[in-house]
Design a protein. Sequence first.
Length: 385
Amino acid sequence: MWKFHRSGSGCYFSLSILLSFIVIFFLSAQATHHVHHGHILSHPHYKHQHSTKSSGIASHSHHKPTPKDGAGGKGGGSSHKSPRSPLPNNGLLFDFYSSTCPQAESVVMTVVQGFVSNDITLAPALLRLHFHDCMTRGCDGSILLSTDGSKTPPEKAAAVSFGLRGFDVIEAIKAELEKECPRTVSCADIVALAARDAATMIGGPFWPEPLGRRDGFVSRSKDTVSVPNPDDDLGTLVAKFAAAELDVLDLVALSGVHTVGRAHCVSFADRLSHKPDPTLNRTVTSFLRRKCDIPRNSRVLVNNDFVTPFAFDNQYYLNILSGQVLFSSDEELLSNKATRALVETFAGNVFAFTNQFSTSIIKMGNANVLIGSKGNIRKTCSSVL
Ligand code: HEM
């Protein structure tokens, strides 16, 4: 087991910026060198990283679409850890529905806009849904299933899924698409597109979304051990992201989503108990103790970002630096020189954050996807049929 070394606090900001650009360069180039003291890139999972990058809208001629494929498709069962595809975006295509359902993206956007304009809190909820879908068995819509027909509880019933919302938005999009192009657009693709459109509605970047995912048949709460917990240390976070084909740069950039959305007190209550977490700002600790009335109201909701709670900006990174983030997993990003340097870069440059975020979320959406004849295209997203 490898460990991260905590960095000292005397790092000069300018030096950190320089350091972080070097780190971004090396990580982007998928170098296999060690980074500073962290030995992040020596992690066994890391060596399997790929170099999928958002390189704009592309059109590929491989991977023929299989529209209107019914429930009888193969795959999507227990063998979800298929070997990594050598294809760009793991075989997903930016123009996947161009001939089979050209209106797919506009239908998704219209429905998302309808819901989010009525309730802005659904925008972060949809982003979190995409993350949880991709972190368990790959982005295959398994988070949406109410049951997979087995006796095991589904992913959405797991403790780590607590607070997930937006299922009704996905189901409404699916119903609309079933009218327009029956059995063509997968629930997994709908989740990815809805997350993208939701981000855009709260000031986030727009990214081209590779499509063609198929839906899985399996959803088991025990598989959610791969989803990060708010009290995970940096090593655990890195390992969990690596299992989803994501690297340290992706971890830091994607965590920036905690610049929006809310959390239940139960998700960070441990940090407020008898011996409060010293990395949490004292004023914030007192505020949260009052708000959560620990331990009684641990279902109370608190904004992730106290400063600009509804804006998709880089405030999250400033909040980390001032000890004002809710989860110790957020604070952990300061515990290593390389991740701290990235936090400082993103705190100082919103475009560095949003650009990297777009790249990383495309990569996240490619994780362990089912394509071709694997999985199926569901009729409703909560059921395998
Ligand atoms: C790095 C590891 C991460 C951990 C440990 C983590 C954990 C959590 C927890 C515990 C909550 C609060 C749940 C609740 O109490 O209701 C939350 C909220 C949220 N997370 Fe994360 N998360 C992580 C990364 C991500 C990533 C990568 C994304 C998206 C790309 C994401 C998106 C969100 C959003 C948008 C919310 C707010 C949801 C809402 O307002 O409904 N998280 N996260």
